[in-house]
Design a protein around this ligand. Sequence first.
Ligand SMILES: [Zn+2]
Length: 457
Amino acid sequence: MKNDLINCIDKNKKDLVDMAREIWEKPETSYEEYFASGVQKKYLEENGFKVNTVQGIDTAFVAEFGEGSPVIGILGEYDALPGLSQKVSLTKEAIYESAPGHGCGHNLLGVGGVGAAVALKEVMENNNIKGTIKYFGCPAEEKGVGKCNMYKKGCFRDIDCAFSWHPFDVNSPWRPTSLSNFSMKFRFKGITSHAAQSPHTGRSALDAVELMNVGANYLREHILDSIRMHYVITNGGERPNIVPGFAESWYFLRGKKASDVKSTLDRLVKVAKGAAMMTETDMEYEVIDALYDYLPNQSLTDIVSENMRLVGAPDFKTEDLDFAHKLADTITKEERRNVAISFQGNPNIIEKYLHDDIVDSEDYKYKNVSGSTDVGDISYMVPTAQFAMAAWPIGTAAHTWQACSASGSNIGFEAMLSAAKVIACSVYDILIDEEKLEKSKEEFTKSLDGFNYKPLV
Ligand SMILES: [Zn+2]
């Protein structure tokens, strides 16, 4: 039966590759993905899926097939990054200067999930397999808010588990955690006055911002090592001869657990209140976005790992290897090593240019990928598994021109087709074996330890 799934994806190869290429050619940033969501909706509808829009989020949708349980979610993304416009080329060369580009490979990510969903439908129908497949078209991953906002509109409430993947430089089940991230702005209001004639009547909002930063830098010594705190001053007043009546700073706080970041944020708010008191200004703060760390479901990831071995590494051609070799040579060895070890610990892997293997290890459970993803929110709702497929030369980081170049090349497309196969086979395992889902749910309940998901903002 898994062969049928794999054959079906091979049969649809042209449609899937064309779709991924078109999305790559028309990159759209967060919440602007009208073209990308449009072509996916159309293709899924043509293939017999019922497509529902998500009220209030134009570029989100849910495509559904089947009936009854289990209900399995497949997560797709399709947004691009601002300023990363890049040709499929070996040098940094924008298609349109300062236009967006697919430097995170989301043109591949979503279509991979679509390919899996369509193959599953065909095999489920032909073999009378019960269950429901829901493909979620998720916008705005790069802003870190798409999935959380879809949840607020009622999405994801009825699924039993979820699968996703991400283009990377290696083939590996995603066992590491990722960082929780809070983004917030602190705004101070003071009293303007002439800075020379009547400074005594002024209350400087900029002083408050500066004192808050000093306090934050003292706080830094007494928070968990793993927490990252960074800020910029987004408004520091108009000109030196006016005591600033308004000033604003923008903070990011990241850490391994959302709960730890939240408790640090509470302390940072006290620092801001102290700064306001010292300067006799008023302070208000706003948490703009916040996303959870990723809580990998290891038993569900075991299923993914087995199917990665079954499907194998992407089917790269000699030309792909040649292109990858030259593209990788635009990055220093040191940097390639740093990137290559983030999923797997072997720095020597960079001696290869395309990953032709599947790597997995118990140790990966204790690693942390130092980025953030809104799949983290899903992983606190239901058991979730995802994996990395080699869509870029080994040692290529996300959000680079090299990643954008490879995501529009055959390297990316081959990775996408393999990813579709892995997702389809993993979902199939859950459909035919209730115990596998039960096992992942037991692990989920245990790892949550009584915690109930609610959006952080
Ligand atoms: Zn991404």
